[in-house]
Design a protein around this ligand. Structure first.
Ligand code: ZN
Length: 247
C-alpha cells in the first residue's frame, strides 16, 4: 500500500492540484497532517478537495484558530489577519468539518500522524532535542509530522539520533529513504502550500511501508497565479512574497 502524505496545504489549491497530478497513480491512501487552511487564497477549494479525497486528516494550529478552538494571541499580525479572512470565506459546512478534525497523535494506515511535536500539537520540531520525544514515544516505526514547513527528518537507534537530509536537489523531483528495520523515524514531508526551507516547490512524501521506502518529492506549480488571487483578496503582502522564495 502506497500512502500519500500531505501537510500544511494552507489553502493553496494550485499547489495541491500540482501535487495530486505529480503523484497520480502512485498512491492508494492519503493522509494529511493539518493546516489545511490559513495564509492561502483558496480555503473552500482546498477543504472540499481534501474531504472529497477522503484523506485521514488531523488538525493543525491554523485549522484550530480558524474554527475558534484556539485564540490567535500567539499568532503574528500577518497570520492573524489571514485567520480572520479565512474564517469569513469558509462555508459553514467546511468550517464545521475543520472544527471537528481530530487531534494528533493519530495512528492510521500503519503510521502515526502529528501536526507539531508528539506531546504537543502546537510545538515546533526543528532540532534533535525536540525530535527525541516523538522518536521514543510514538507507537509505530514511522511517525510523520508537519508544522515547520521544512522537508526532512530524524532517525533513532540505540541511543543514536541522526538528522536526515531528505530533500531532492533543485533539478530533481524526488529522493528516496530506505527504512532500516531497527531504526525509528520522525519524518516531515514538507509543506504543500507554503514551503519555508528555501525551495518554493510544493513538497510531500509517498510512503511504501511494505517495501520500506519513503520518497520525498518536490513539484513546481504556478506560484504567480496564487499570488494574484492573494492580492485580489487583499491578504498581507509578506504572505504573497514568501511563496516565491520558499521561506
Ligand atoms: Zn503550517
Amino acid at each position: 500500500m502506497r500512502l500519500l502524505v500531505l501537510t500544511d496545504i494552507h489553502a493553496n489549491f494550485t499547489a495541491l492540484e500540482a501535487t495530486l497530478q505529480a503523484a497520480e497513480g502512485n498512491w492508494e491512501r492519503i493522509v494529511c497532517l493539518g493546516d489545511v487552511v490559513g495564509y492561502g487564497p483558496d480555503p473552500n477549494e482546498v477543504t472540499s478537495r481534501i474531504r472529497e479525497l477522503g484523506a485521514v486528516t488531523i488538525r493543525g494550529n491554523h485549522d484550530k484558530a480558524v474554527s475558534e478552538l484556539m485564540a490567535t494571541d500567539d499568532f503574528n499580525p500577518v497570520a492573524k489577519a489571514a485567520v480572520l479572512w479565512t474564517r469569513a470565506q469558509l462555508s459553514n459546512d467546511n468550517l464545521a468539518w475543520l472544527a471537528a478534525l481530530p487531534q494528533g497523535p493519530l495512528e492510521a494506515e500503519g503510521v502515526v500522524l502529528v501536526h507539531g511535536a508528539f506531546q504537543d500539537e502546537d510545538e515546533y520540531v526543528f532540532t534533535p532535542a525536540q525530535a527525541l520525544e516523538g522518536l521514543l514515544d510514538s507507537t509505530t516505526q514511522v511517525t510523520f509530522f508537519g508544522h515547520t514547513h521544512h522537508q526532512g527528518g530524524f532517525s533513532y537507534q540505540d541511543s543514536e539520533l541522526e538528522v536526515l537530509s531528505l530533500h531532492p536537489r533543485s533539478n530533481e523531483s524526488r529522493c528516496a529513504l530506505r527504512l532500516e528495520s531497527a531504526k525509528r523515524y520522525l519524518l516531515n514531508p514538507g509543506s504543500i502550500g507554503q514551503p519555508r526551507d528555501t525551495d518554493p516547490r510544493a513538497s510531500f512524501a509517498i510512503a511504501d511501508l511494505e517495501n520500506q521506502v519513503i520518497e520525498f518529492w518536490r513539484v513546481p506549480y504556478d506560484i504567480s497565479s496564487v499570488q494574484q488571487r492573494m492580492r485580489a483578496a487583499r491578504l498581507p503582502e509578506p504572505l504573497v512574497l514568501r511563496l516565491q522564495v520558499g521561506r
